[in-house]
Ligand binder design. Sequence first.
Ligand code: COA
Length: 253
Amino acid sequence: MSIRITRQGPVAILAFDRLDRRNAITAAMYAALADGLLDAQADEGCRVAVITGDPAVFTAGNDLRDFRDNPPAGEDAPVFRFLRAISTFPKPLVAGVCGPAVGVGTTLLLHCDLVYAGDNALLSLPFVNLGLCPEAASSLLLPRLVGHPRAAEKLMLGEPFTAADALAMGLVNEVLPPADVQPRVLSIAAKLAAKPSSSLIQTKRLMKQAIAGPVAAQMIEEGAVFGRMLREPAAREAFTAFMEKRAPDFSRL
Ligand code: COA
């Protein structure tokens, strides 16, 4: 399954657990993440959720082989179910991110309430370099958060950026040594879990309600474009180049 879901009292912990593939996310893993979040949402005993990876790697993003062979079909594809679940998760959501956080590994952070990063974290949004477009409403949320020029830099050049950059841009709350990230995330989650749950839920809802409709609409449009682009020559070339461990050739595309 490659997603490990555990509970520490009122805290649900969803962890990427596929280190040999750098926690690259398959359709089955998206389904497990979506189900894990929906279970945490429905379970009255769960007051906070945590998303985390390994001290060396958060996630390499979409599993490119799985994406090439089984591109998501329709709005109920596991990846879109996951994006809907995380973007509408009503309870506090805390992330711990260390090492590479590629693609959705970075965009999912835009839907978390508090983000703690290891000083080894390397975030990236390489959609254009893969012949794709942004997802997870990042084309709306990132410019809103960091301004158009910096969002364009991250989304159009697609180069990795450090935890320090992410902190300066307001994408993460704190940067720590990688070994300290998980303990910090769990202690913050426990602190939140001790607060009145209804106050936290209402606070989160009120902070997000003005943007909730536009986020949902943007995700639908991104999803339609992303799904189409996955099947087009630029993405096919980028994915094949990745499998063949060579640079992609977009010169005729
Ligand atoms: N999809 C499928 N397989 C992946 C993957 C992905 N997104 N990311 C890594 N893997 C596989 C590699 O193919 C490699 O397999 P192999 O052992 O059969 O050669 C294995 O995982 C280890 O990856 P490697 O690149 O050797 O690890 P690294 O520690 O040197 O680098 C990354 C880690 C994340 C920086 C690098 O793997 C990477 O850039 N991956 C692609 C990220 C990407 O483009 N994601 C899509 C976002 S939409």
